[in-house]
Design a protein around this ligand. Structure first.
Ligand code: CO
Length: 209
């Protein structure tokens, strides 16, 4: 109970396997990290960032929370974005949602889940912005899938509206913000084609002067 032996056994095997492929791997990584990507995804255990895109430690900077939400005043998420953009100088920020997201389902169902309802309120805002479109979907499954996608689209906009991303663009930094969705039933990623690469592509209401 106090020592999770299985996990330590797994760890030793994993580290040995990596070292067998590349004896200097951990030593090299310990000197620095220079990932090209920031991943903002759901905390769901079925959506592990590195595994999905088959990348090693050092290749992706990751922030995960329930239902991959980017809240304007979330210091945790904003700090991750700032560090990734200003210090690591990532070239891409990927907001990745997934179908079958429990957070999205809960937001649509409107049942009482305690504290987390306050977090899910941000997803209900997304629903409210697109209510006619979501309600027009043929069934519950389709409504959920659509809201999963729309949530990604809105969170991509929220990333772009941060002062961090806008100031990076103003300074001429090359930075693309992408919106993807992942199928937990087939392991396949889909690009939602909302890639945003500069100030001219965001809403005038949010654009910094
Ligand atoms: Co989820």
């Amino acid at each position: 109970m106090r020592v999770l032996k299985d996990l330590f056994d797994n760890n030793r095997r994993w580290a040995a396997r990596i070292k067998a492929q590349d004896p200097a791997f951990f030593q090299t990584l310990s000197q620095q990290q220079s990932p090209q990507y920031l991943w903002i995804g759901c905390a769901d255990s079925r959506v592990p960032a590195n595994e999905i895109v088959d990348m090693l430690p050092g290749e992706i900077f990751v922030h995960r929370n329930i239902a991959n939400v980017v809240v304007h005043t979330d210091l945790n998420c904003l700090s991750v974005i700032q560090y990734a953009v200003e210090v690591l100088k990532v070239k891409h920020i990927i907001v990745c949602g997934h179908y079958g997201c429990g957070g999205i389902q809960a937001a649509l169902e409107n049942t009482d889940h305690g504290l987390i309802d306050n977090w899910l309120r941000h997803i209900q805002d997304v629903y409210r912005y697109h209510q006619a479109e979501v309600d027009a979907a043929p069934d519950k499954e389709a409504r959920q899938r659509l809201l999963c996608e729309l949530n990604v689209v809105e969170q991509v906009a929220n990333v772009c509206h941060t002062t961090i991303v806008q100031n990076a663009w103003k300074a001429g930094q090359q930075l693309a913000v992408h919106g993807w969705i992942y199928g937990i039933d087939d392991g396949i990623l889909k690009d939602l084609n909302v890639c945003t690469t500069g100030l001219a592509e965001i809403s005038a209401t949010h654009r910094l002067r």
